[in-house]
Design a protein around this ligand. Structure first.
Ligand code: EPU
Length: 310
C-alpha cells in the first residue's frame, strides 16, 4: 500500500508487519502485512475502502481460536473486530424467551457467564467454546449439546462496499461447523434467541460441561480446538488414537495425548510442524479406515497451495 491517496484511514489503529501468533489461541503464525483494528462500523468501512483502492486482499479474524496462520504470514489487510464491537443488549420475547444482540467481537466466554446469570438456557452449550461470538457464528461453533446454528436468529453483515444488511436465519446456509457466506461479507453483529430457565439450573449445566471439557480435552491455550471435523457417525479423535498417533510430535507440535483430535503447541511450534502432523493423521486414517478427514481449523495465509486438501 503506497501513494498519498492510500494513507491508512485516520484514527484507525493500523499495525504493519504485526506478528499474528499472539492473536491466536495456537500461538503460531507469521506477520500480517497490515493489521487493522477498527472500533466502529464507520472505521470498518474506511478500512474496506482503503483495501479496495489499494487492491489488497482482506482477511477477517475473530477470536483467533479456530485458525492456523502460516509461518510466512498473511498478505494484505487482516481485520480484527474487538474493542467497539463488543457490545451486548437483550430484550425479552414474551415471558419465556429472550433475544440477544451481541457485537461480533463479544467473547463467547463472557456470553456464557451472562447465560448463567440470566438463565439463557440455549446458550449454555457454549461452555468452554473459546473465541468471539462473530467467529463462532461463522464457523458454526458448538459441542455435543448444541451448535450456533440452533440459536442464531440473524446476522448483521457489512459487504466489501461497506453496505450493511441483516441476514435472517432463513437465509443462512448452515451445515456442521460451517456457514456458507459470500467471502466479502463481514459479520458485525449476531442475534441469538434463547429460552429462559432458572439461572441456577443453567449455571449448573455450564459448570458440568466445563468440567467435562477440562477432563476430556487439553486446555484451550496452545491449540485451535478440534483440528478435524468428525466424519459421519464417528469421531476423528477416536480414529487418530486408533492409528497410534496420540502423543506423536513434530518440532514443538504434538498430537495431544489427552484428545487425539487436538494438535497442541508445546512452545514454539511452527505451522509447518502442525501441518506435518495433520497430514500424517489424515494419511494413516485413510489407509487404515478408508475415511478422509476434513479440517475444521482454517489455514490462513501464504503457502496454502502446499496442502490441497485444506
Ligand atoms: N475418543 C477417543 N480418543 C480420543 C478422543 C476421543 O477414543 O483421543 C472417543 C471418545 O472416547 C468418545 C468419542 O471419541 O467415545 C467422542 O469424543 P468426545 O466426546 O471427546 O467428542 P468429539 O466428537 O471428539 C466433539 C466436538 C468438540 C466438542 C466435543 C464435546 C468436533 C470435531 N468436535 O468432539 O468440538 O467440544 O464434541 O461436545 O465436532 C471443536 O469443534 O473444536 C471441538 C473441540
Amino acid at each position: 500500500v503506497s501513494g498519498p491517496a492510500l494513507k491508512p484511514p485516520a484514527g484507525v489503529t493500523v499495525l504493519f508487519d504485526e506478528p499474528l501468533a499472539g492473536w491466536t489461541s495456537f500461538g503460531i503464525g507469521g506477520p500480517a502485512e497490515i493489521l487493522c483494528l477498527p472500533t466502529d462500523e464507520d472505521q470498518l468501512r474506511q478500512v474496506l475502502d482503503w483495501a479496495r483502492q489499494a487492491g489488497r486482499p482482506v482477511t477477517v479474524l475473530g477470536g483467533g481460536s479456530n485458525v492456523l496462520i502460516s509461518d510466512r504470514g498473511v498478505p494484505g489487510l487482516v481485520i480484527i473486530l474487538r474493542q467497539g464491537f463488543d457490545r451486548i443488549s437483550h430484550q425479552p420475547l414474551g415471558p419465556e424467551e429472550v433475544l440477544i444482540r451481541a457485537g461480533a467481537g463479544f467473547s463467547s466466554g463472557r456470553l456464557v457467564s451472562l447465560a448463567g446469570e440470566h438463565g439463557w438456557l440455549d446458550l449454555a452449550f457454549l461452555a468452554g467454546v473459546p473465541g468471539s461470538i462473530g467467529g463462532a457464528a461463522v464457523v458454526n461453533a458448538g459441542a455435543a449439546e448444541g451448535w450456533m446454528s440452533d440459536v442464531v436468529q440473524g446476522l448483521r453483515v457489512l459487504n466489501g462496499q461497506g453496505r450493511s444488511r441483516r441476514l435472517d436465519r432463513a437465509e443462512l446456509d448452515y451445515t456442521y461447523r460451517c456457514l456458507r457466506l459470500d467471502p466479502d461479507k463481514i459479520v458485525v453483529e449476531v442475534e441469538l434467541k434463547s429460552r429462559l430457565a432458572e439461572p441456577g439450573t443453567v449455571s449448573q449445566m455450564i459448570g458440568r460441561w466445563l468440567k467435562r471439557r477440562r477432563v476430556r480435552q487439553p486446555g484451550g491455550a496452545g491449540s485451535a480446538g478440534c483440528f478435524f471435523k468428525n466424519p459421519p457417525r464417528d469421531s476423528a479423535g477416536r480414529l487418530i488414537e486408533a492409528v497410534g498417533l496420540k502423543g506423536r510430535r513434530c518440532g514443538a507440535a504434538m498430537i495431544s495425548d489427552v484428545h487425539a483430535n487436538f494438535i497442541v503447541n508445546l512452545g514454539r511450534a511452527r505451522a509447518a510442524d502442525v501441518m506435518v502432523l495433520a497430514e500424517r493423521a489424515r494419511t494413516e486414517v485413510w489407509i487404515r479406515f478408508g475415511i478422509e478427514l476434513e479440517p475444521e481449523v482454517r489455514f490462513l495465509g501464504r503457502g496454502r497451495e502446499k496442502w490441497p486438501w485444506l
